[in-house]
Every structure is written in structure tokens, then in C-alpha cells.
Design a protein. Structure first.
Length: 89
């Protein structure tokens, strides 16, 4: 296995990690912005006021996107094991 193949495999792994994590990160980012705006408008600065809705948003996003995330991960793993002879040289 040459250095180019290793770099390519690591690049594919990082991209897959990025795409799998992106929906949860985007939901968390948007929930954080909305909650911060609500806190600014209502002048409520309680830490639990921001944490609980953010956690609920993450949980909802995880339940919504988990089948897609698992499908992408299983597909990537099957492709990786399918080309295992290329990596085992």
C-alpha cells in the first residue's frame, strides 16, 4: 500500500465523518442561534433555559437522521471491506 492510497483512504474517511456529522452540527447551530435570540429578547440568562431545548433539538435530529447516517456508514464500511485486497498489499 503506497502513500497515495493511504492519503486517499484518510481523505475519504474524513469526508464521510464530515457528512455524517453535518446534520447534527447544523441543527445544534441553528438551535443555539434561536435560543440565544430568545434569551436576548426575553432577558432570561438562565443556563438551563438554553441547554434543555438544545439537547431536545439534538435528540430530535438524531432520531430523524440516524437511519440516513447509519446507511451512509454501512455503505462506506462495505465499500472499504470490498476493496480490502487493495489495502492489504
Amino acid at each position: 500500500m503506497n502513500a497515495h492510497a493511504v492519503v486517499d483512504l484518510i481523505r475519504q474517511t474524513f469526508w464521510m465523518t464530515f457528512w455524517i456529522g453535518l446534520p447534527l452540527l447544523a441543527i445544534g447551530f441553528l438551535a443555539g442561534i434561536v435560543i440565544s435570540l430568545v434569551q436576548i429578547v426575553t432577558s432570561i440568562q438562565d443556563a438551563s433555559f438554553g441547554a434543555v431545548p438544545r439537547l431536545l433539538a439534538f435528540l430530535g435530529a438524531l432520531m430523524l437522521f440516524l437511519p440516513w447516517m447509519l446507511g451512509k456508514l454501512v455503505s462506506f464500511t462495505a465499500t472499504l471491506f470490498g476493496d480490502f485486497s487493495r489495502y492489504a498489499q
